[in-house]
Write a protein that binds this ligand. Structure first.
Ligand code: HDD
Length: 709
């Protein structure tokens, strides 16, 4: 017979139970979302608005309940046979809680698993009306959007700042149905035919034996593939450039990559490429910053986006089109518009801005929105059509297929984040997770029982109106056009368009990545590819690898550079940039207050860094010597001396990364302690107001480039 050991005396244990800690609140309705988390108006699958406070939020009433709505008195203790006894199977709440938890994860995206998203609005200026009848591009049309940015290779928990392509996927909830623009921050792609997608991804993902390295292309299988499969060289050089390590999602371009066909109200067609242009300019991290951030703040980009939106620094992008004639050969100035490894330089097809997108709200719930959003390049609206680009054609198959696995069935369009804002009346029925209660008896056409409903739209209203493109009489074959064989001219065009410092970064990136490969044959093969891109680039990388540079094997005509591809040399708005201010208890409150005010006035965020937490004369401290990391700041100002090695390192790194640095008389000691050149380029000293003015003058260029040259 088991004894009750409830009262067993344990040496050292307290004689009585610790007093229960009371939760501080009395029952009340759930808190509403914060202002920066307002979602687009949720709809039922048939377009009717939902009561946002109830079904859509999934939280009603003040009391904790089971999934069936029964109120619970205790969620901390399972039901046992006595306090020390076994747990009883009949504890429904325990089983429900744990079972649900066991099933909380869904498969992560096979690519683009790591992402961050935001809600916003797109406003069209009407400039696209002559080329497309798409309603959301008509003058003044306002369309809610949800945008998800992502890396491609890493798992869902990987670091944000790795060298990789970034996804830039936008869902427009238009009156004519959902339109998805599923693009990247690089205008060309690795491969020309979707049938190669599993190959490039298998090569780029971690090695299948040890599953390393995570979220990196610096390994043998990646370079094995791209050096053998040279159509990937054009994309690879973009990845090796500073485009592969963006400063922020807010400072990143987006591209539709493929050529799309637009049709206007008169049935006339044109070929177009989509561009997103960030109002803050396109900027990058340095490679060292990216590496530091991956350790110090793996959520660097995710945090930056959410913080900026919460702070009211709403990021904006112009949507622009390159419009090209719809000729039978589908080429423009010698560039095959069906080849996704080619881009069209802005100098020969200028960008026409057709509207502006502003991101204004953070997701309320990461899983429900960012994780469950389902994009598809086939989600099209009237006036936008696909082309025969073989990569795009394969994508049209892949996305719906992946959602069925990822989201557990074919009804993912009913999830709140995926619901169209247009009326939905499909004849799709049943299936896993069906949450619509469809009325009627005739989900088929033609029917008489449901009065013939739903009806067909007239030809002028429908999507998927295929432009009457002539398809030449041809035989079935696994082949591609000859123009697709040009693998190097655009890699050369890209490289030769960059400034010297950007070219230097490209050479350093190749050197780093190839140095991480073990197989000499792979390094040699990639050097041979570089020789066909640019002799100097090839010899710079060969020197770093301790190899002899090979000669080019093919002749490529010299290319006219495209200055629009440079990221260095212009100035940009600085909204939401962060300046770190080192101060201590001896810092004059007036000086600190005026420096903060002047930065705030300019739309720049001042972060006070002090030896301890709390406040300095009532001014809140955002970082301490222990928590500050140089990668967080776009510039630093020293108002106080410091001998703390961590603060010195902050300045040392900022100096190395080409950041503007300032110091008042009081802060000069810190600079000197760090061995700084007082009159160095981009180092401003003097009265606090002059220091702030100097910093604000340097910030719009993103970095003090002269220091890095
Ligand atoms: Fe893709 C996701 C962009 C080619 C198959 N892709 C995905 C996402 C972006 C892109 C941004 C993430 C969307 C999100 O945030 O949920 N993909 C591109 C671009 C491509 C491209 C710009 C070429 C121009 N993709 C491509 C090909 C295939 C896929 C050729 C397959 C044949 N892509 C997928 C996918 C994903 C995906 C497996 C994974 C998760 C998802 O779709 O929803 O279906």
């Amino acid at each position: 017979m088991a004894e009750n050991h409830d009262d067993i005396a344990i040496p050292g244990a307290p004689a009585s139970k610790p007093a229960a800690v009371e939760e501080p609140t009395s029952p009340r309705e759930p808190l509403p979302p914060k202002p920066d988390q307002s979602s687009p108006e949720p709809r039922t699958p048939t377009g009717a608005p939902l009561d946002a406070s109830a079904t859509a939020l999934g939280q009603q009433g003040a009391y904790l309940t089971t999934a069936q709505g029964a109120r619970l008195t205790d969620t901390d203790h399972s039901l046992k046979a006595g306090p020390r006894g076994p747990v009883l199977l009949q504890d429904h709440h325990l089983r429900e809680k744990i079972t649900h938890f066991d099933h909380e994860r869904i498969p992560e995206r096979v690519v683009h698993a790591r992402g961050a998203a935001a809600h916003g609005e797109f406003i069209a200026n009407g400039a696209a009306e002559s080329v497309t009848k798409a309603g959301f591009l008509r003058a003044g049309a306002k369309t809610p959007v949800f945008v998800r940015f992502s890396t491609v290779l890493g798992s869902r928990g990987s670091a944000d700042t790795v060298r990789d392509t970034r996804g830039f996927a936008t869902k427009f909830y238009t009156d004519e149905g959902v339109y998805d623009l599923v693009g990247n921050n690089i205008p060309v792609f690795f491969i020309q035919d979707a049938i190669k997608f599993p190959d490039i991804i298998h090569a780029a993902k971690p090695h299948p034996d040890r599953e390393i390295p995570q979220a990196q292309s610096a390994h043998d299988t990646f370079w094995d593939f791209v050096s053998l499969h040279t159509e990937a060289q054009a994309h690879t050089i973009w990845n090796m450039s500073d485009r592969g390590i963006p400063r922020s999602y807010r400072m990143m371009q987006g591209f539709g990559v493929h050529t799309f066909r637009m049709m206007n109200a008169d049935g006339e067609t044109t070929l177009v490429k989509f561009h997103w242009r960030p109002k803050l300019g396109t900027h990058s991290l340095t490679w060292e910053e990216a590496q530091i951030a991956a350790g110090k703040d793996p959520d660097f980009h995710r945090r930056d986006l959410a913080d900026a939106i919460e702070a009211g620094a709403h990021p904006q992008w112009d949507l622009a089109l390159q419009v090209m004639p719809d000729t039978p050969d589908e080429t423009f100035e010698g560039i095959d518009l069906l080849d996704p490894t080619k881009f069209v330089p802005e100098e020969i097809a200028p960008l026409q801005v057709v509207g502006t997108m502003t991101l204004t709200a953070n997701p309320t719930n990461y899983f429900a929105e960012t994780e469950q959003v389902a994009f598809h390049p086939g989600h099209l609206v009237p006036g936008i059509d696909v082309t025969n680009d073989p990569l795009l054609q394969g994508r049209l198959f892949s996305y719906i297929d992946t959602q069925i696995t990822r989201l557990g069935g074919p009804n993912f369009a009913q999830l709140p984040i995926n619901r169209p804002h247009a009326d939905v009346n499909d004849m799709l029925r049943d299936g896993m997770h069906q949450s619509a209660v469809h009325a009627g008896v005739a989900p088929y056409k033609p029917n008489s029982l449901d009065g013939g409903c739903p009806f067909h739209a007239g030809a002028d209203e429908g999507a998927f109106i295929d432009a009457p493109v002539t398809v030449s009489e041809s035989v079935k074959e696994r082949a591609q056009p000859r123009s697709f064989d040009d693998h190097f001219s655009q890699a050369r065009l890209f490289y030769r368009s960059l400034t010297e410092i950007e070219q230097q970064h490209v050479a350093e990136a190749y050197s780093f990545e190839l140095s991480k490969c073990y197989e000499q044959a792979i390094k040699d093969r990639q050097l041979a590819a570089l020789a066909n891109i640019d002799e100097q680039l090839c010899s710079d990388v060969a020197r770093a690898l301790g190899a002899t540079p090979p000669s080019a094997t093919i002749e490529i005509a010299d290319v006219a550079p495209s200055p629009a591809l440079r990221m260095v040399g212009d100035t940009w708005p600085t909204d939401g940039r962060i300046v770190g201010i080192v101060a201590d208890d001896d810092t004059s409150v007036d000086v600190l207050t005026s420096v903060r005010a002047a930065l705030n006035e300019a739309g720049v965020l001042p972060f006070v860094i002090a030896p301890h937490g709390g406040t300095l004369s009532g001014i809140p401290i955002q970082r301490t010597a222990q928590t500050a990391a140089s990668i967080e700041f776009d510039a630093l100002i020293a108002l106080a001396p410091s001998e703390d090695a961590r603060t010195l390192r902050l300045f040392d790194e900022a100096l190395r990364h080409g950041k503007a640095i300032g110091a008042t008389e009081d802060g000069l000691g810190l600079l000197k302690e760090g061995g700084f050149d007082e009159g160095g380029v981009g180092v401003i000293t003097g009265e606090s107001s002059a220091v702030v003015d100097g910093i604000l003058e340097l910030l719009p260029a993103h970095r003090v480039w002269e220091r890095l040259a």
